[in-house]
Write a protein of this length. Sequence first.
Length: 391
Amino acid sequence: MRFSSFVERIGGEGAAAWEIHGRASRLKRQGKDIILLSVGEPDFDTPPAIVDAAIEGLRQGHTHYGEVVGDHRLRAAIAEAHQAQSGQPTDPNQVVVMAGAQCALYAAAACVLDRGDEIIVPAPAYVTYEAVIGASGAGMIFVPLKPEHGFQIEPEAIERAITAKTRALLINSPNNPTGAVITRANWERLAAICVRHDLWLLSDEVYAGLVFEGEHVSPAGLPDMAERTVTINSLSKSHAMTGWRLGWSIAPPSLAKHLGNLALCMLYGSPPFIQDAARQAFAAELPEVAAMKESYRRRRDLVCGRLGNVKGLRCHRPEGGMFAMVDVRATGLSAHDFASGLLDAEGVSVLPGDAFGHAATGHVRISLGNADGELARACDRIERYAAKLAP
């Protein structure tokens, strides 16, 4: 039996990137002493007030169909929070609730990109982007971010990559995997490029709540950008709600209508009791959320402080997010061979940077989603493994 050409567009290197993580997970299930630093999974529990809101929703029978585009109260809360953060006047009807930011990004790409279009993506870039863009039929044009410049974006390089086929930019700040945060000055230059070339901007802001240095700038709030920006966000990382699958897009009203149509045929809405939980996340400042952010900052300092002094390694200090990129090229191994050897020799699983694009060749990504003690133990093992490779 044959498959459609669609299946080829959703495969590729990105889908194969998790081989080492999969092997490590199997070893851990077998009882081996494995430290998993290869996936962005917070080790924190979802704040109790959010959990209680979901339980209360279940008890009240909120288990039936809800509004396809999201509960109007939740959309109002998201719109209010986004407007306060970005300065962009935001109507609740611009918000479409989806099953996580991943789903929201997929829907946005499907609604603004056609086969033959091009979308420019700074790289390193999150591994699922390849399949998301591939599913739309568009081509993804990578613009490398240079390790020697701290993986900071260069707007001029973005503009040089624009062709007659360019339809959009897809930009993630803070960046996964590098943790680089785009400055306001660079956002203003990127916004001018979008306006000058009449481009859409898909802004992936899932790590917006985890900025340690500088500020998070939401580009939809910049002049002339609201009409051409789709803001993608979720509660997954900021509130330790990865498994709840609750994200959203904020788009111009005309596009929000199309996103709602796609939600109708693809999802038919998000579970109402999960939306009850999400509303609680916006209802008040939760102390657990601030504590999680501070923990990630402390873990970043721990990992970069330890590995920054290891011969053969160079740790890029992230400005935000929950990952650290480590340059392993001086060990003489490729990122894949380093990660594979580290798992075999020391039982530590990290993700090879090659999965995020050629700009991350020779780097590995380390998750900060583990407790301090486990991260310290992992650093001991990484240091021991690197010492064996030192010339």
